[in-house]
Design a protein. Structure first.
Length: 375
């Protein structure tokens, strides 16, 4: 199941190291344009805060020449503050005009000197704060050395500004500890040019609703049929906003303790347009839990499985599945999560293995253990 959740975080105009490229002979200079890079993120209700510390942003021009550093923020960001259209700039740089092939983020384990949401200095460069106020470090396997390379071509045109949004999928990027005992940060990032996206916004009549835009394709492999393209959490007034590529979407809402709900018609978007979609939350529901464990034969401790918990729905007159929530569990890890009473299906997938489909029923105040998921 491909999960691309956007926590609509945009980091605006705080850090900008201007990188000037290429003068010619005789003092003449090549044409230049401007690159603006914003950060956005898919939201989650599982954590109080998720912090990452970004040291550098660099780009790579077509035809060689190495990496060009366009920003050195050295700043610690709470991804969960960047929701519902809040934006913050990662870079604003002058670059030689031409085609660029890649963008790279370099993370660091050294936090800045700001305070976190519980008024304490950051204990780590990359970590989350759980529901009990505990700070848990996130291990970043390789990004410290080589950076997070994002393959996305873009053009810099003379005397024009190219604006890129980096979609940092926080929910998918945090992997529950396996046998190593470590929590992993496996960054999942997507790039979108602002001229390519559309906006869906509206009201779901309650605070703290996880609102997601999903696509369903019955012809794909079982783990790919449901794809979450963007998600955010509604604010205190119940408002939400999603940044999306133009397409056809099912809007789904979910909050622990309530029945999942969704719009019964597809929302079709086109580039550079805004759509207003209001829908109401499900009723309060009795709950239970589902639990289990994951084993991946022949894999290291950093490989993980995606557990997509899905439910049947009827949208625009057709039957499909929608994702209620997703878990990411490292090899050897265990999981437990609450769900409303009812019938669900867990689609469990991992790299290089055949996906496993496990139907299950949640009963009132009971735990449903689906056993060891053994790949």
């Amino acid at each position: 199941m491909k999960r691309k959740i956007w926590v609509n975080i945009i980091i605006v105009g705080l850090m900008f190291l201007t990188a000037c490229s290429g003068g010619g002979d005789g003092g003449s200079s090549s044409p230049t344009g401007t690159l603006s890079v914003n950060l956005t993120d898919a939201s989650t209700t599982d954590y109080q805060a998720i912090y990452v510390t970004i040291q550098q942003v660099a780009v790579h021009k077509d035809g060689g020449g190495g990496w060009n550093v366009v920003s050195s923020p050295n700043k610690t960001y709470n991804l969960l503050e960047l929701v519902n259209g809040v934006r913050e700039d990662l870079a604003l740089a002058t670059l030689a005009s031409g085609n660029y092939t890649q963008l790279r983020l370099i993370l660091t384990d050294t936090p800045d000197n700001s305070l976190n949401i519980i008024s304490r200095r950051h204990p780590y460069g990359n970590y989350f704060i759980d529901g009990y106020g505990q700070s848990v470090e996130l291990k970043v396997p390789s990004a410290f050395h080589t950076g997070i390379k994002i393959v996305k071509g873009f053009a810099i045109n003379a005397d024009q500004t190219t604006e890129l949004i980096l979609d940092f999928d926080a929910a998918r990027s945090i992997v529950k500890a396996g046998s190593s005992g470590q929590w992993l940060l496996k960054p999942t990032i997507k790039v979108l040019e602002t001229t390519e996206y559309s906006i869906i916004s509206g009201n779901v009549a309650a605070e703290g609703i996880l609102v997601s835009a999903q696509k369903y394709n019955s012809s794909l492999a079982v783990e790919e049929k449901v794809e979450v393209k963007a998600a955010t959490v509604s604010d205190a007034s119940g408002n939400y906003k999603l940044f999306l590529e133009p397409d056809s979407y099912t809007l789904v809402g979910y909050k622990d303790g309530f029945s999942p709900f969704y719009k019964d018609t597809k929302v079709i978007t086109t580039a550079e347009n805004t759509y207003t979609e209001n829908f109401s939350p499900g009723s309060a529901s009795s709950t239970g839990t589902v639990s289990g464990s994951v084993s991946i034969s022949g894999a290291d401790q950093e490989q993980y499985a995606t557990i997509s918990i899905q439910k049947d729905a009827t949208v625009s007159g057709n039957s499909e599945e929608v994702e209620v929530k997703a878990l990411y569990v490292a090899n050897g890890g265990t999981f437990t999560t609450g769900l409303p009473v009812g019938t669900f299906t867990a689609v469990i997938s991992t790299y290089g293995k055949t996906a496993i489909v496990q139907p299950f029923i949640i009963s009132l105040n009971a735990d449903t253990n689906i056993g060891n998921i053994n790949f």
